[in-house]
Design a protein around this ligand. Sequence first.
Ligand SMILES: *Cc1c(COP(=O)(O)O)cnc(C)c1O
Length: 409
Amino acid sequence: MPAGPPEPKPEPGRGCLLDVGADQASGDDTASYQTQVHVHLTNIVANLRAVRERVGPDRKILFAVKADAYGHGAVDVARAAVAAGAADWLGVATVPEGLELRRAGIDAPILKLSATFRPDVGAEMAIAAGADISLVVCDRDGVEALQRVCAERGLVAGVHLKVDTGMGRIGCPTSEAPALAGVIERDCPALSLDGLMTHLPVSDVPDQDDFTAAQIARFVACRSHVEQAVGRSVPAHCANSAGILGHPDSWLDMVRPGIMAYGSYPDPSTPRTVELLPGLSWVTRVSFVKKVAAGTSVSYGRTWVAPRETVIATLPVGYGDGYDRRLSNSGHVLLGGRRVPIVGRVCMDQLMVDAGTAASVAVGDRVVLLGRDGTEEISAEDMAIELGTIPYEVTCRISHRVPRIHALS
Ligand SMILES: *Cc1c(COP(=O)(O)O)cnc(C)c1O
């Protein structure tokens, strides 16, 4: 192949655009991408206050901010909740999630909710203990390893002993908990047994309330055996959002709300005993408008063909933003307060809607993907039902390309 033309020299000053200060750069990022998530911090704080109202002032609240606060932006959300006194503890799923909060200057107690790897697998224990991130322990090997890691470094780690009362995920059998608690208390000076916990897999579905009630009863009994073994009281917690909403017996010393703080009920059948406000809105703007004749096909695969003349609006959002491709030819968005259908396949970066024949639609018009516009609303729960999933997944999957704008409203 013949050599191509010489590389053009960069024009003077071109690279300077990338050298703008951090503040300006992030401002520019936001201003230059119209697909955005607006996080309503005030609503999230109000939802947590409603939890406090329901469970009473003497119980602690561990606010689950794992998975980037279910897609809402962990640092801003956690900071707002802690500053408002609406959360006492923060729950993360990984040590890096906890470190992100610590590096942002958040000094509230943090519990890593999932199982901890021993030092032969990775440095999780040492790093967590060094950042004062409390860890879940489930077995004797893990307890002894954590004791060694902390003793070598002169650290003390807070630990919560997890018992499996029916989740079938992590935790020791209730029968082993008293002995394990005794080992932590007596033989592990570098560990502080700060909690006893379990998790409820069906607290959101009332037709399985018997299972949940039995779990809670087993857990409460286990707690008293643990307390006998260590000779003092140990704070106990097991209530997720559904426990808070439907099972007062599960509240114990601390509750662990996640999804309800973000404004969704865990399941359509969960009792709505607390009124919730939406944690986020997902918005964009029309990027292109065209009139098409009957018979015109739209998007990959030509799965939709205009049955009549109509106006098609293109939106700069797609599965690369976490907008599910299964909403192709089935989802809706709010355009000028009207519910309009997605037509054709959702692409990686764009999708098309049928704005209708009579529509007056212009480039730049606001579109709501999740949230409210006038009297119409598409909630994370609505979208979850449409997709055959749960609201948790809907907000978690909004990708990092979409800027989160945190507003106190
Ligand atoms: C995520 C999580 C919660 C919060 O659950 P929600 O259903 O979102 O309220 C509570 N406890 C544990 C252990 C968790 O991992």
